[in-house]
Design a protein around this ligand. Structure first.
Ligand code: ADP
Ligand code: MG
Length: 157
């Protein structure tokens, strides 16, 4: 298959199962050390997508929102680190605080509410921007912050 040269890809997931299928495809492209930011309002489907990525990584434990612990770790084909920064009131230097650190080089890190990390956002990341709420279709943009991460865009062709 011809690899894309684009760093951005747009798709529409018209129901939860379509978003789940996207998550499975993304998981198939995952390598250790990858960082995936899940952007979107409350109810957009960030956790829904995180569960599907986890399933695709072979996680068998139930993935919930790690609201009170900031980060939960799961065992799969690769370790999955699920971070949810919703409870953080404002911006926090989570990099300096050790939240996003070298431990995660062994697995895949998913971050909900990554805006809480601004302005210290690592450039080498996949952004998944989810737009839509309720039962409406989700408009989803994948943006690779590094050419190596185009493999995620290719995985959902
Ligand atoms: P977030 O983590 O972004 O706050 P959740 O994943 O917890 O959101 O909730 C999203 C809700 O929207 C779920 O109840 C899910 O079933 C529903 N939903 C409806 N349509 C879709 C869709 N196309 N993709 C993802 N979730 C959807
Ligand atoms: Mg959530």
């Amino acid at each position: 298959m011809h690899a894309t040269t684009q760093l951005e890809r747009h798709l529409v997931c018209s129901d939860p199962s379509a978003t789940s299928a996207l998550g499975l495809a993304l998981a198939g492209a995952a390598h250790a050390g990858d960082l995936i930011f899940l952007w979107g309002d409350l109810g957009a489907g960030k956790t829904h997508l995180a569960k599907a990525i986890g399933a695709g990584l072979g996680v068998t434990d139930t993935i919930t929102s790690p609201t009170f612990i900031l980060m939960a770790e799961y065992t799969g084909r690769l370790p999955l680190f699920h971070v949810d920064l919703y409870r953080l009131a404002g911006s926090v230097d989570a990099l300096a605080g050790g939240l996003i650190d070298d431990r995660q080089a062994t697995g895949v890190t998913l971050v909900e509410w990554p805006d809480r990390l601004e302005p210290a956002l690592p450039a080498r990341r996949l952004d998944v921007i989810i737009d839509g709420a309720g039962d409406d279709p989700r408009s989803i943009t994948l943006r690779a912050g590094d050419p190596d991460l185009r493999r995620y865009l290719d995985a959902v062709r």
